[in-house]
Structures are given as structure tokens and as C-alpha cells.
Design a protein around this ligand. Sequence first.
Ligand SMILES: [Zn+2]
Length: 311
Amino acid sequence: MRQLLTILLALQAAAAPPSGLEVLEVRPSFYVIAGAGANIGVQVGEDGVVVVDAGSSAVSPDVLAAIRRLSPKPIRYVIDTGPDADHVGGNEAFAKAGEKLFGGSFLGGGTPNAVDLLAPVLAAEGVLRHMKSSPAGGLPTEVFHYSRKAMYLNGEAIEVLHQPAAHTDSDVFAFFRRSDVVVAGDVLDTRQFPVIDVERGGSIQGEIAALNRLVELAVPSVPVVTREAGTVVVPGHGHLCDQYDVIDYRDMVTIVADRVRDLMKAGRSIAEVKAAQPAKGYMGRYGNAGGAWTTDRFIEAVYRSLAKEKP
Ligand SMILES: [Zn+2]
């Protein structure tokens, strides 16, 4: 009896994800892990595991344990959608838990190089620049400065698409073409108004351009709407989206930006723009009076972005 109980408990432990994490099967070979700081995308297959965003460093052991339950194969790639700590915090731990797919020295039959025993961490060039200004480890080991980096792993094309000047200057979308999943990072945050980090090269114009790109990438469930099929868009934070959700979010951001622009054209100061409440109608759903990203800070970022436009 006691033995049976031990087995049952062990089975239960194997089924439940560790410590507060939520693991969602989005497609047969694609999972989203929520509750690790940022949402984490996990593609699994015969080549190994591709991880999009590494979450906060504090939860890395739990996230790695959750990934182990999805696949026994090594992590082959870590893709960062942006430079924030809750997206890159697990870089180092994930890279160490992984292994390069084709280490040069493995091909030669020699002793593996230290670098081949780490999974590469891929990001837009700006992520490396921004991370270098902080003491944290886990810097990206593979960076690119062009608009698209493409690869083919686990039987599907993966496009990493740079969005210049949106949340920051170094956001990417990771588009898994066969799974039909886009991991969008902080360009999309369903909990609040998008964080526009003007200091690190973000802008409202680039944010709207990136959201338009996301709308174009995603295909809704038409003509059979009831199937609930269609492209899955994974936001940096918040719930999973379909194309309609992204359109709503894009429209909301565009309307607020247009209101701010109109107020600025009428000669209003930043204080007057805030007092006019250009986010009215959306504050209940996306606004924050306190915390790290208040409605006021969002309006300031919009104002500062638009102030750079030529009249
Ligand atoms: Zn984030």
C-alpha cells in the first residue's frame, strides 16, 4: 500500500508543472510556459529544443525542469525577443543546459570545444549593446543587424524578424511557420499599454509599425470562424492572442497616439496632454495608476516619440 502511494505521488509530481509555472500545449510541437517573468515559447522536435525568451533568472531551474518534461533532447537555440531582464535572465542557465547542434569540433571527431557545449543565444544586435551596460551575464552569442534571420529546425522554418524602434530598438518576433505561432515579445503586452522604452530606441511610430507587421503575419480563422484555428500570437506578457486580438490592440494604440498628436498640433504641453486624458476609454483595461508602467509614462513616451516627427 505504501509503495503504491509513493508511486502515485511520484506520478502526480511528474504531471504537475513545477512552482507556479503554467505549461500550455499550443500546437503538437509547440508549448508556452507562463509565469516565468515573460511568456516563454518552446518548440520541440527531433533536432532538440528551441526556446524563445528565457524568463527571469530566479525561476530558471523550474523552467528548465518544465522543459525537460516536454523533451529529453538538448536545448539547441535560445532566442531573445528583447533586452529586458525578465526575457534574458535565464540566458546563461539555458545556454549551459543546452548544446550547439553542429559543434565544429564534433564534426572533426575531436574533443568538444567549450563553446560547443553551450546552446547559442540569438538576438538582435541591440540586445547585446543594452545588456553590456549592466553587469548581468548571459550575453547573446549570436547577433544580427539585418531585418530577418532564418533557420530550419525540427522540420519547420523559423523566421526571426527584427522590429526596429518599437518597444526598444532591438525587438524581434520569432515566427514558427509550420506550427503557425508567432512569439511577439514586449511589442504586445495584453496586460497594459505597450512599454515604449524611448531611452533604448523605442518609439510609438515603430510600435505601431511592429503591430501592423504582426497583423500581417497572423492569419485569422476564416472562413470557418468556429474552428478556433488560425495563427497563435504569444505576447511578451498576458494571454495568448489571435489576429483579431492583435488588431484590437493595434487600433487602441493607434487611436491613443492620434489623440496625442492632435493635442500636440493644437499646441498643448505635455502636462496639458496628460490632463486631456488621451487614453480615455482604454484606461480601465490597459491603464495603471501605479507600478512600473503607468498610463502617464505611456503618454509621455508617445509624446516624446511624436515630438521627434517633422512638422
Ligand atoms: Zn517583458
